[in-house]
Design a protein around this ligand. Structure first.
Ligand SMILES: NC(=O)c1ccc[n+]([C@@H]2O[C@H](COP(=O)([O-])OP(=O)(O)OC[C@H]3O[C@@H](n4cnc5c(N)ncnc54)[C@H](O)[C@@H]3O)[C@@H](O)[C@H]2O)c1
Length: 323
């Protein structure tokens, strides 16, 4: 199968691309290397991929690329490219989100409407829910994002649905719940906590630590995509959660066990745009896709720590990249 992976240099896009290649598929990646976090992380993500003859990468934005030639012969599109990050999405920055999350998605969907695809998978997010009345979050809950980022992900999800409804593009949207594991983005909490512990720095904890997240291990997220391609579902939205719901204070305790010492915590006020809780009801994904998460928080964090230690062993002297 020939697949297009947008955002292929990123945390999840590169992990998915590697798995597709392992399964024997051809992968065309596209990524414009947005500067939201340092390029050195994305180059490291691409190291193995660049060595594979099954992988090609176009360094360009979806907003400008010649999509007809990019999509030539492609059977499955995995649309993961986006400007990520909740807290940075306020103010003037919102334009980066509308361009890369909404307009880029519309441009890609337009280019897909006249070709025969097996599947178009869109990387949606738990951030589309906002503060729901009761947990766990179900696909039938009214989405009410609390951040501009969440609004942009929901708008693109609606576009994906529209292009299924009107042009029969066989779409599926996967709402990922906080993804962690090797290659996690450097702006995300676990990466920052593990890096701070390696560098003997205090960690910053926003809010009380009581906020909960449903943490999902990267390999579980990747497997959900493979299941989605094989399923006969179309025009559907699925929660993809890890079944690892815990509050940040408890997650820090697990990290302290893994790194073998207490972390110094600097508390900061809660940030606008952060939902208080996320928790996925994954029964729809279990019933229709056959999805079940397999990796626990402890096991996944141990693997992330090993990856981060290796990363910094190879990149000594460049540690000054964390904001
Ligand atoms: N990481 C999570 O916990 C999480 C949770 C929910 C949803 N998501 C979604 O998953 C996807 C991947 O997230 P990630 O954590 O791997 O982020 P990431 O920033 O590591 O990867 C996204 C990649 O997309 C690229 N990109 C952005 N706009 C582009 C454009 N216009 N053209 C080409 N490339 C472009 C960026 O350069 C980046 O490399 C995103 O759509 C994100 O919204 C992530």
């Amino acid at each position: 199968m020939k697949c297009l992976v947008t955002g292929a240099a990123g945390f999840i896009g590169s992990s998915l691309s590697e798995e597709l290649i392992r399964l024997g598929h051809q992968v065309v990646g596209v990524d414009c290397f947005l500067d939201y976090y340092p390029r050195m992380f994305k180059e490291a993500n691409l190291e193995q991929l660049r060595a594979s003859s099954q992988f090609t990468l176009l360094e360009q934005s979806i907003l400008e690329a010649d999509l007809d030639s990019l999509l030539s012969g492609v059977e499955v599109v995995f649309h993961l490219a986006a400007q990520a990050g909740v807290r940075a999405s306020w103010g003037k920055n919102f334009e980066i989100y509308t361009e890369n999350n909404i307009r880029a998605t519309q441009r890609l969907l337009e280019a897909c409407k006249d070709i025969k695809l097996k599947k178009f998978i869109y990387a949606s997010s738990s951030s589309v829910y906002g503060e729901v009345r009761s947990l766990p979050m179900k696909e039938t809950d009214y989405p009410s994002p609390v951040s501009p980022y969440g609004v942009s992900k929901l708008a693109a999800e609606h576009l994906v649905y529209l292009y299924w409804k009107n042009f029969n593009i066989p779409t599926i949207s996967l709402r990922y719940f906080t993804v962690f594991g090797p290659r996690q983005r450097p702006d995300m909490a676990f990466h920052k906590f593990l890096a701070a512990s390696l560098m003997n720095k205090p960690i910053e904890l926003y809010g009380s630590g009581e906020q909960t997240r449903d943490f999902t291990y990267i390999a579980d997220i990747v497997r959900a995509h493979i299941l989605a391609v094989e399923s006969s579902a179309e025009g559907e939205v699925f929660n993809i959660g890890g079944g690892n719901r815990l509050n940040l204070a408890s997650a820090i305790a697990v990290i302290e066990q893994i790194v073998g010492r207490k972390l110094t915590i600097a508390t900061r006020p809660a940030q606008k745009g952060d939902a208080s809780h996320t928790y996925a009801d994954i029964s729809k994904a279990a019933n229709i896709l056959g999805f079940q998460p397999m990796v626990s928080i402890r096991e996944g964090l141990e693997r992330e720590f090993v990856w981060l230690k290796n990363f910094w062993n190879k990149n000594k002297g460049k540690e000054d990249v964390y904001r």
